[in-house]
Write a protein that binds this ligand. Structure first.
Ligand code: GLN
Length: 250
């Protein structure tokens, strides 16, 4: 059986809006495909061997929790950049996404160092950007939608030429102005979308699993579709909420 090695960064610090639910979805969908997910928690002080993992995951968190792990994560920057450029897959959500950029400056002006994986920086604004979000996204050339929930003070600015994860159909996205959300570098994805994200966007879970399997085995599998009726309903409900009221300051 193929084993996919997963590094779950700071599960005890960066986990809001049930972000750890994304790991549960990846584990279950992997099992339904005859794959095994071996998940290792990486906490402050733990080392990251660049070649040891096929998939990295980090969730979101309040400024307080981000401040508790930022320096440790920044010190892992070189290993994470090496892993990503060697083709490891990665999903980073909200506060974790911000800390994988160059820095996050919080509302008090305190600058938290980032790991420098994504070509971006984040500066917190006065008003929080809260609500349902709907994106148009085409990771493999086929346009699809991503639906989720955002709650962030941070405004994320992508570097010139950086690739966003998607175009905002409804919601705030990276900064409430650019019309884009998230960032992508090859198999590494960053996003503001909580929910958790993957239960209502199973195609993205399968994309991450396929990319991680390609890293583990050298071959990208073509998964058989699963009976995702419940997931499709969850997606549609979330998408309808985003269209109805996403992207408005509360
Ligand atoms: N603390 C960060 C912000 O407010 C991230 C919040 C989050 O992860 N939801 O922007």
């Amino acid at each position: 059986m193929t084993v996919i090695c997963v590094a779950h960064l700071y599960p005890d610090y960066l986990n809001i809006y049930a972000d750890r639910g994304n790991i549960a979805v990846l584990s279950r969908r992997a099992a339904w495909r005859g794959l095994e997910l071996a998940v290792q928690a990486i906490e402050p002080g733990d080392l990251v061997e660049p070649g040891a993992f096929d998939l990295f995951y980090v969730g979101g968190g309040q400024d307080r929790e981000q401040a508790l792990v930022a320096a440790d994560l920044a010190a892992k920057g070189e290993a994470l950049r090496a892993a990503v450029s060697a083709g490891a897959a990665l999903l980073a959500v909200c506060g974790g996404y911000q800390l994988l950029g160059r820095f996050y400056r919080d509302r008090d002006g305190v600058e938290l160092p980032g790991a420098g994986v994504f070509p971006l920086h984040t500066i917190a604004g006065e008003r929080r950007m809260i609500g349902d979000v709907l994106l148009e996204c085409s990771l493999d050339g086929e346009p699809r939608t991503l639906a989720g929930f955002e709650n962030h003070a941070g405004r994320t600015i992508l570097d010139e030429g950086a690739e966003p994860l998607g175009r905002v159909i409804a919601g705030f996205g990276n900064d409430g102005e650019s019309g884009y959300e998230g960032c992508r570098i090859g198999r590494a994805l960053g996003t503001y979308l909580h929910g958790p994200l993957l239960p209502r966007n199973p195609w993205l879970a399968d994309w991450l699993l396929a990319e991680a399997t390609a890293h583990a085995t050298g071959e990208r599998p073509a998964f058989e579709p699963l009976p995702d009726e419940l997931e499709a309903t969850a997606h549609d409900v979330s998408a309808a909420r985003a269209r109805a009221r996403g992207g408005r300051f509360r």
